[in-house]
Ligand binder design. Structure first.
Ligand SMILES: C[S@@+](CC[C@H](N)C(=O)[O-])C[C@H]1O[C@@H](n2cnc3c(N)ncnc32)[C@H](O)[C@@H]1O
Length: 236
């Protein structure tokens, strides 16, 4: 099935160019785990390629074939094609038989799931992928009222020639994000939930919360928009 990311695969890297704050954090987690790492929603390899450059093998899952094409080319260009194993698939049911010590889902990819049933499917799959004691690391956001008021319904130039428009449905807690540029355009949906709800979902999936940070510099979560999570499959 076509993904809303297929039509912006060529636009994704220039669009997300300024997003760099999370790379060292995820690479450090991968180094600690020793690898291989399963990255859910691997995209164009923004995190996966530097992870492979640090010597850690990555199994990358994504539902967008076009994003995976870009990732493959980027990994080859960086000389780490051998360390990046890309598999088309849904992050709720990842095509991975291996059991690993680290699963990641960077840059809010879990927000593409729209119901608790889907979220729980994904988190239970993560539990199944992890060896006992293995970690699940991800980040999500929930917008502030100010962010909603400032951006709602307006086209903003996020990068030169790349425009973004956020339409916030605060009753359904659903963001419709439109992106357009010369190399493509799309509309995608992101459903946000509160940190309390994420904590509850993790627990229902049998994962223990190790930490919830407010940013990638590991400051404690203090009620802001972003939350960065480390959960763990308990040892049996
Ligand atoms: C915001 S991008 C993140 C990409 C990359 N991890 C990064 O940090 O730049 C979200 C990615 O998740 C993928 N995605 C969305 N829903 C998915 C699903 N149900 N299963 C697998 N991949 C999915 C999209 O195709 C996209 O590549």
């Amino acid at each position: 099935m076509a993904s809303s990311y297929d039509s912006i695969a060529a636009l994704y890297d220039p669009w997300s160019r300024s997003v760099t704050e999370d790379v060292d954090f995820y690479v450090a987690e991968a180094r600690k785990a020793g690898g291989p790492v399963v990255e859910l929603g691997v995209g164009t390899g923004r995190i996966a390629v530097p992870t492979a450059q640090a010597g850690v093998r990555v199994i990358g899952i994504d539902s967008s074939e076009r994003m995976l094409d870009v990732c493959r080319a980027r990994a080859e260009e960086a000389g780490v094609g051998e360390l990046v194993d890309l598999r088309p698939g849904d992050l709720r049911h990842p095509p991975v038989k291996e059991r690993v010590t680290l699963v990641t889902c960077p840059f809010r990819a879990l927000l593409h799931l729209e119901s608790d049933e889907e979220r729980l499917d994904a988190l239970q799959s993560v539990h199944g992928l992890l060896l006992p004691g293995g970690r699940f690391v991800f980040d999500v956001f929930a917008p502030s009222r100010d962010d909603v008021l400032e951006t709602h319904g307006r086209w903003l130039e996020r990068e030169p020639g790349i425009w973004e428009r956020a339409d916030w449905d605060t009753d359904r807690r659903l963001l419709t994000l439109s992106v357009r540029g010369e190399a493509g355009e799309t509309r995608m949906y992101l459903a946000w939930r509160s940190p309390e709800e994420w904590r509850h979902l993790l627990e229902r999936a049998g994962l223990d919360v190790v930490a919830c940070y407010g940013w990638f510099d590991l400051r404690p979560y203090d009620g802001g928009e972003d939350s960065v999570w480390i959960a763990r499959r308990p040892t049996d």
